[in-house]
Design a protein around this ligand. Structure first.
Ligand SMILES: [Zn+2]
Ligand SMILES: [Zn+2]
Ligand SMILES: [Zn+2]
Length: 132
């Protein structure tokens, strides 16, 4: 019984040593990856985005979770950029906003253009300003 136990221990040690690199502990992930996907909430009535869930400060409707990406937009000429700064066209300061593609029929949202995964309707691009 004792020898059998020893064999099991040796075998398991052997297997750990022989395990391919991918089987071992994952390398530490970069801090940006550890944060996971950005959770964005939006008011379907006011078409404004927020990073916090809850109720819309404007119309008190429940905020819905949406799929979108943070962009910077110029209020004057509607230029969007992925970095903060001044508008490349008119030099005005660009405000943070959320770019999303939404289905008008079932309110499904996506980060990329295309057809609604639920109903197949074409999703329209929207740039939602952030709530104050
Ligand atoms: Zn609202
Ligand atoms: Zn501009
Ligand atoms: Zn849809």
């Amino acid at each position: 019984m004792r020898s059998l136990r020893l064999i099991v221990v040796i075998l398991s040690l052997f297997m750990v040593a022989m395990a391919p690199a991918g089987m071992r502990l994952d390398p530490p992930k970069s801090p940006t990856l550890r944060l996971g996907p950005n959770l964005i909430y939006a008011c379907p009535k006011c078409e404004m985005a927020s990073t916090k869930s809850g109720k819309c400060p404007g119309c008190k409707a429940d905020l819905i979770e949406i799929h979108g990406t943070f962009v910077y937009t110029c209020a004057k000429c509607k230029t969007t950029a992925d970095k903060a700064g001044n508008c490349p066209k008119c030099g005005k300061f660009m405000a943070k906003a959320v770019q999303t593609y939404t289905c008008a029929k079932c309110h499904t949202s996506a980060t990329k253009a295309g057809k609604c995964p639920k109903c197949g309707k074409f999703m329209a691009k929207k740039v939602l300003p952030m709530m104050k």
